[in-house]
Design a protein. Structure first.
Length: 568
């Protein structure tokens, strides 16, 4: 049987493409081999578009294929970008060896698995050309950094392997002279952070190694090119680096760094974000007003002590400050003592997020808090602040979250607090007076426990009436008394029933053998029939007495229980 005409045409079309375009033949073959590794393509963008029959110009690569880009002059494939397609399959880098001008390979946001072969022959030509490699957010595993193979990628400018399951120690990167961005976050790497990544010999601009298992210490960071350094969520220990140059953002949070915090005075003044939270740093906080560009400082959850420097709080650049979970003491000062400092200080402070909760601060909350007109979050909870809550808080019209709980504040809650508030807590203080009308929408937990003198309105009792713990104890006591009354009542009822039963039996013996009921002698009555009344016959007088006594006693018991409950 002869093949159908359209099949012959398709075969001839494909053969013609390969024969008439010697430059594109190996590249097309390479792409089709890579396509074979894709086992699932939910959107069908790749499997449908990577079709040789869609090629119309035999002198260039397939520009209509999803994610493929080409050089305008030579027609060679220069980029494969298949990001966030949810593709599944095994990455086989050796299938791309014939793409002699491939510079950009990005397969981020898929479900690819596998790793580098990577024998040197399987990666050599590819390593020489690729400059941007992004395979983040996949399921790559194994040891990606084989010592001999990874050294061939000397041309790389950006490498992103984030959010995979790649394990192993990092090799030396000293030969990666062109590398600018290295992102290895959320993998299974371990061992020391290679020193050469932090020295002047490298040209790195961004280094992100967070959420791995790196250990050891970081002595010196001499790089003059790093702008973003993220080593957070590892197991790094020892003191902080003694020097840090030209860094804009540094994140060393969630490690085990220890020692005196004052070492940061030696760091360069170009930083904008410093996050050293969740470590074991100690000592008092130095004045860091010299950091004229610093916008975010997070030192929470350490072991810092002493007072909070005024110059830090009134910094003209700082918008986010988190000092919670330390051992700071003394008052919170928002104004310096020197006249020259007052003249140089702006009347409004740029602070937007201010958290000093879980410390041992004390004294009045200064009225200068009203200068922080851009505040969105203010958290002073679990300290020892006292005195009245300043009315100047009403000036913070952008405030979204306010937590003053677990302090010693007294007096009224300021009226006309921000209408934007969606988090509000003043519980466990000693506040009094009326709750402002615009705050009555918040739940009882915003005021209770504590603040027994607060009222919801002029004619209402204190609001909340009792702390929740006291209320629970009160309800518990009522329940215990109620149970005791019921048990005592039941016991008394049983005793009376036994007495009446004995009395009835005594009376029954007197009639035994000489009276009849319903055609039967009383001797023939069962115990059950003594309490079974019929509508067409009157019961014996003893039974009537027992029934009346029983119902009267039950009524008395119920009335007594009700009276006790009402009194409780």
């Amino acid at each position: 049987m002869n093949p159908p005409p359209h099949f012959i045409f398709s075969a001839l079309h494909l053969l013609f493409i390969f024969l008439t375009s010697s430059a594109s033949q190996p590249e097309l073959r390479s792409l089709l081999e890579f396509k074979k590794g894709i086992t699932s393509d939910p959107s069908n963008l790749v499997l449908n578009s990577w079709n040789p029959f869609s090629i119309t110009d035999f002198d260039v690569c397939p520009p209509k294929w999803e994610g493929i880009s080409c050089d305008e002059l030579t027609g060679n494939v220069t980029g494969i970008v298949l990001e966030n397609h949810n593709l599944t399959g095994e990455i086989k880098f050796h299938t791309l060896l014939d793409l002699k001008m491939l510079k950009n390979l990005s397969l981020a946001g898929n479900q690819f698995y596998g790793g580098l072969s990577i024998t040197l022959e399987n990666v050599s030509s590819l390593a020489n050309t690729v400059r941007f490699l992004n395979v983040s957010h996949n399921k790559l595993n194994g040891n990606f950094f084989l010592k001999d193979a990874i050294g061939l990628f000397w041309n790389l400018r950006a490498l992103d392997l984030s959010d995979n399951m790649i394990r192993g120690e990092l090799p030396s990167f000293v030969s990666f002279r062109e590398l600018r961005v290295l992102k290895l976050t959320s993998n299974l790497f371990f061992g020391d952070v290679p020193e050469d990544l932090l020295l002047t010999s490298m040209s790195l601009e961004e280094l992100n190694l967070n959420s791995n298992g790196f250990t050891g210490s970081i002595g010196v960071i001499n790089s003059t090119t790093i702008n973003i350094l993220d080593l957070s969520s590892n197991s790094l220990s020892g003191p902080l680096p003694t020097s840090l140059r030209s860094c804009t953002i540094i994140d060393l949070s969630r490690n085990m760094f220890s020692g005196d915090i004052s070492v940061i005075e030696n760091w360069e003044a170009t930083m904008e974000v410093i996050d050293l939270s969740s470590n074991k740093l100690s000592g008092s906080l130095p004045s860091i007003i010299e950091y004229s560009k610093l916008s975010t400082l997070d030192l929470s959850l350490n072991e810092l002590n002493g007072s909070i420097p005024v110059s830090l709080v009134i910094s003209p650049s700082l918008t986010r400050l988190n000092l919670s979970g330390n051992q700071f003491t003394g008052p919170l000062l928002l104004q310096g003592s020197g006249a020259s400092e007052l003249l140089l200080t702006s009347p409004f402070l740029p602070m937007e997020y201010f958290d000093v909760s879980n410390n041992s601060l004390e004294g009045f909350l200064p009225s200068d808090i009203g200068r922080m007109v851009k505040l969105k979050l203010l958290n002073l909870a679990r300290n020892g602040f006292s005195g009245q809550i300043p009315n100047e808080l009403s000036k913070l019209i952008d405030l979204v979250s306010l937590d003053l709980s677990n302090n010693k504040f007294t007096g009224n809650i300021p009226d006309k607090l921000s209408s934007s508030l969606n988090v509000f807590n003043v519980s466990n203080n000693d506040l009094s007076g009326l709750v402002p009308e615009n705050l009555r929408r918040f739940p009882t937990s915003s005021f209770n426990p504590g603040n027994e003198k607060l009222k919801l309105s002029n004619d209402s009792p204190s609001y909340p009436s009792l702390p929740s713990t006291v209320q629970n104890k009160h309800h518990s006591s009522k329940g215990n008394i109620r149970i005791a009354i019921i048990l005592a009542s039941v016991g008394a009822a049983v005793m009376i029933a036994l007495v009446l039963l004995a009395y009835h039996r005594t009376q029954a013996k007197e009639f035994h053998g000489r009276s009849e009921f319903g055609g039967q002698t009383t001797g023939g009555l069962s115990r059950a029939s003594l309490f079974k009344f019929h509508s067409n016959a009157l019961p014996p007088s003893s039974s009537a007495s027992f029934g009346k006594s029983r119902y009267h006693f039950a009524f008395v018991v119920c009335e007594t229980a009700t009276l006790f409950e009402s009194e409780l």
